[in-house]
Design a protein around this ligand. Structure first.
Ligand code: ADP
Ligand code: MG
Length: 242
């Protein structure tokens, strides 16, 4: 489902016309105020990801990675600056359209999987489709190829607690993929996994990228980041492109 016709959303802004970019930010700033103290968490962040790229954002704890992920993921907004996702000016959207942009354009993968423990595997995977108003039976049909590709077909009636960490992350990846998003956004996707399962998840990311998926992966671990095609560093809210 397309939310806007290409380039229709802001005909007056030339930078919107470049849809080779899945992500394009210009001068993003984000400040938190804690008591009397102002914390500049993101400082003039210019970040670009072309369609089909696999990019890692690498930085130590507290450097602003999750803050940036929340903004890229349309879960939070910057104080100033511009953010275009698939050419859509996110910085100009109202909250309601942000919700639908998030649901259709982004597949999220988190360190701790964020699965619903009382749901079966298939119920977890189809959630983004149900949120779009697709019927249960259609959603299951639409998800089967992805479930098979991720080797989960013999687990669909299980609950998350019956799976290993690596399997749980594969469920989360299936859930991120079923809606055919423009962007897979992963925050420390291997952070809770043992080495072997972590490696498998990263190999899977490489495979998904080869299939044409655009991936942004956030990590503090340079061994993990090195699986991406390109690494950008974030230190103390400053993003530097190598
Ligand atoms: P990372 O994900 O790289 O560890 P974060 O983006 O979570 O970094 O945090 C960056 C900085 O912003 C940290 O100093 C953190 O304490 C601060 N911070 C994050 N969220 C908030 C918030 N909601 N209120 C105040 N400070 C915050
Ligand atoms: Mg974080």
């Amino acid at each position: 489902m397309k939310l806007f016709k290409e380039n229709e959303s802001d005909a007056t802004d030339n930078s919107v016309k470049n849809t080779d970019y899945t992500i394009k930010t210009e001068g993003l700033n984000k400040t938190y105020t804690v008591g009397n103290e102002k914390l500049n968490v993101l400082k003039n962040v210019n970040f670009e990801v072309k369609k089909g790229e696999f990019v890692a954002i690498l930085g130590p704890s507290g450097s602003g990675k999750s803050t940036l992920m929340n903004i890229i993921g349309c879960m939070d907004v910057a104080d100033s600056g511009k953010y275009y996702l698939d050419g859509i000016p996110i910085h100009e959207q109202k909250e309601k359209s942000l919700n639908s942009i998030r649901n259709t354009k982004i597949g999220f993968i988190f360190q701790n999987y964020h699965l619903v423990p009382t749901y079966t595997i298939v119920q977890n995977v189809i959630m983004p489709l149900l949120m779009r108003g697709i019927s249960y039976n259609d959603a299951v049909k639409m998800s089967m190829d992805t479930i098979n590709m991720l080797g989960l077909s013999d687990r669909i009636k299980h609950k998350p607690h019956e799976l290993s960490g690596g399997q749980k992350q594969r469920v989360a990846i299936a859930r991120a993929l079923v809606g055919d998003p423009s962007l897979l956004l992963a925050d420390e996707p291997t952070g809770a996994l043992d080495r072997e399962s972590g490696k498998e998840v990263l190999k899977l990311f490489n495979k998904l990228n080869e299939m044409g998926n655009t991936i942004v992966m956030i990590t503090h671990d340079h061994h993990v980041a090195e699986h991406a095609q390109r690494i950008v560093n974030i230190i103390d809210g400053n993003l530097t492109v190598n």
